[in-house]
Each structure stands twice: as structure tokens, then as C-alpha cells.
Design a protein around this ligand. Structure first.
Ligand SMILES: Cc1ncc(COP(=O)(O)O)c(C=O)c1O
Length: 306
């Protein structure tokens, strides 16, 4: 039966990665890059706008404004195009130009905000704050709906559904879940659903080395390659009860696993996806889980965005 573009958001396949990691244990990965905006953020974009339309905060035809690293913006651009809302994205100039092109191609107006202390491809918490300040200013001047992804809880609820999908798709026991954290929507929603169904499952956020506030460490290296995650602050809705321990990856790890996923699995995904799979593999090798354990993670976005 024919479907709408919005029906392409959610229900992504769960892939078993058998080539880039040859044991011990197994890695399952949710193919979030397959959604129309090319990333995991499509779910939060749709959930937040649907809720705002349902309770009247977002009226038909009203403009939408958001600060984005590019992925939430692409998701919002897809949903705004389909629902008939003009969309303005503010993005740090340090995020990749491919993201701005995609959003503009989907009809969005993109406002690039100069970096504060990051570098191209390495966006810091201060850079994100600058882009968020510009979004808030624009939301007022354009009388627009401000999405405010870091504070909106609908994104977390949307990912409880991702967690339920994982539970339905997994063909055996699940022992651990790992994922990088931006707003935390992906991690928190999935971890909540998995822990509710399987209280013994271990859940671990993945942070870039030197920027590990979730592990309780001071930020000593704000610049890293995990665009969209690892902003050096604890997200507003963080729930420490959903974190058993932290996992860390370096930029070198991320480059290595990005290449492994592409050349060995045929999966050309982004750097946070590479970080997630690297962390899953390390966890399986660490002895912290059984040798036949299954770790589930998320392939956050397509590599075409970099
Ligand atoms: C590439 C990438 N990976 C992971 C994430 C993390 O998603 P969340 O905001 O749900 O923590 C984002 C968020 O924008 C992202 O852009």
C-alpha cells in the first residue's frame, strides 16, 4: 500500500554486523540512517512537531525555527515540507556544508553561525550555544515555533518506540546497549524501554575522549569528530539511573571504524555511528559482558552528510 514520507520515519531495520566485528559476542545496529532526513533525528523532529500541532503551539502554516548540527534540521525540513511549515535552521559554521545543502534542498532557510572556539568539523558546546542563541532570537523576530530539541521531552518518548522496535526485532537475549549522546533523546528513550523490559541490561553512553561529562570527568578536550554529540555538558533531561558506566572513543578509533563499516559491511555511515560500533566491539572484548553477549547500538546517520 502506498505511504506518506512521514510513514518512512521509524520502523528501521535491525542489522547484525558480522564482518567488522568477528567476536566475541555479536553487535546489532538500528539502521536509523535509512530515514528520509538521513538520521536518527527524524523521529524527534516528527514527534515534537506532531505534539506542538496537537496542542496548538504550532498553528497551520506557522514558521518553525531550530538550532541544529544538521541532522535535526534535515528531519525538521522533511517534516515541515510535508506538513506545510516554513523552516529556518541555525547551524554552527563548523558543521559540514553537506548538511546545509540538504536542508536548503528541502526548502529550509539556513543561517550559519560563526564558531566560538571550535574548528571546521569539530563543533564545541560553546559553538552550539551561539547557534541556539541565534535560533531563539529568530524565533521571536519571525513569530515562529521554537523546537528547542534539548528541552523537548517528546524526542525521548519517540525513542522509547525505537527501544520497543529493538525488543521486537532482536532474535535472542540483549545484554547491553551503547550510544553517543547529543540531546540524549536517542540514548534515554532506548535505554528506558530496554531497562523496563530487561532490568539486567547494561546501558552505556559513548563519549569522545577528553569530553566525558556523563562519566563525571572534567572536559579537557572540547574538539572532537563526533558532530551532533559530545557537547561537553550533561543534557537537561539526563537520567543517571539509565547509565551503568561510560565508554570512551578517540578520533582515531572513529576514523578506523568509519572505514571498517564502509569497506567491510558496506555501510557508509557517519562518525557517531562509527563511535557507537567501536564502543560496542570494545565492550564485548572487555570482559564486562559474557563472551556470547549481544550488544545493540544505533547507526545514527549517513556518511553522505560529512
Ligand atoms: C550524527 C549524530 N549522531 C547522534 C546524535 C544524537 O542524537 P540525540 O540528540 O538523540 O542524543 C545526533 C544528534 O543530532 C547526531 O547529529
Amino acid at each position: 500500500m502506498p505511504v506518506s514520507v512521514l510513514d518512512l520515519i521509524g520502523n528501521t531495520p535491525l542489522i547484525e554486523l558480522t564482518r567488522c566485528h568477528d567476536g566475541p559476542g555479536r553487535i546489532l545496529a538500528k539502521a536509523e540512517f535509512l530515514m528520509p532526513g538521513g538520521s536518527v533525528k527524524d523521529r524527534a523532529a516528527l514527534a515534537i512537531l506532531r505534539a506542538a500541532r496537537a496542542d496548538g503551539r504550532l498553528q497551520p502554516g506557522m514558521p518553525v525555527v531550530e538550532m541544529t548540527s544538521g541532522n535535526m534540521g534535515a528531519g525538521l525540513a522533511v517534516v515541515c515540507a510535508a506538513l506545510g511549515h516554513p523552516f529556518i535552521a541555525t547551524m554552527s559554521a563548523g558543521n559540514s556544508a553537506a548538511r546545509a545543502r540538504m536542508m536548503e534542498g528541502l526548502g529550509a532557510r539556513v543561517v550559519l553561525v560563526p564558531q566560538v572556539d571550535g574548528a571546521p568539523g569539530q563543533v564545541t558546546g560553546a559553538d552550539v550555544t551561539a547557534a541556539a542563541d541565534e535560533a531563539q532570537r529568530l524565533a521571536k523576530s519571525e513569530s515562529a515555533f521554537y523546537v528547542d530539541q534539548f528541552n523537548a521531552t517528546e524526542g525521548i518518548a519517540a525513542h522509547e518506540i525505537t527501544g520497543a522496535e529493538i525488543l521486537a526485532q532482536a532474535d535472542g537475549p540483549l545484554d547491553a546497549f551503547v550510544a553517543a549522546v547529543g540531546t540524549g533523546s536517542t540514548y534515554l528513550g532506548i535505554a528506558k524501554a530496554l531497562k523496563a523490559a530487561k532490568p539486567g541490561i547494561l546501558c552505556a553512553p559513548v563519549e569522545p575522549e577528553g569530553s566525558e561529562p556523563l562519566a563525571g570527568k572534567p572536559v579537557v578536550k572540547a574538539r572532537h569528530m563526533l558532530q551532533g554529540t559530545g557537547y561537553g555538558t550533561v543534557p537537561p533531561h539526563w537520567d543517571a539511573a539509565l547509565m551503568d558506566f561510560g565508554l570512551t572513543v578517540t578520533d582515531e578509533d572513529v576514523i578506523d571504524w568509519h572505514r571498517r563499516l564502509a569497506t567491510q559491511e558496506g555501510l557508509y555511515v557517519g562518525f557517531s555511528a562509527a563511535a557507537n560500533v567501536c564502543a560496542a566491539s570494545r565492550l564485548l572484548a572487555s570482559g564486562r559482558v559474557a563472551r556470547d553477549a549481544t550488544v545493540v547500538t544505533v547507526l545514527c546517520d549517513t556518511g553522505l552528510k560529512y
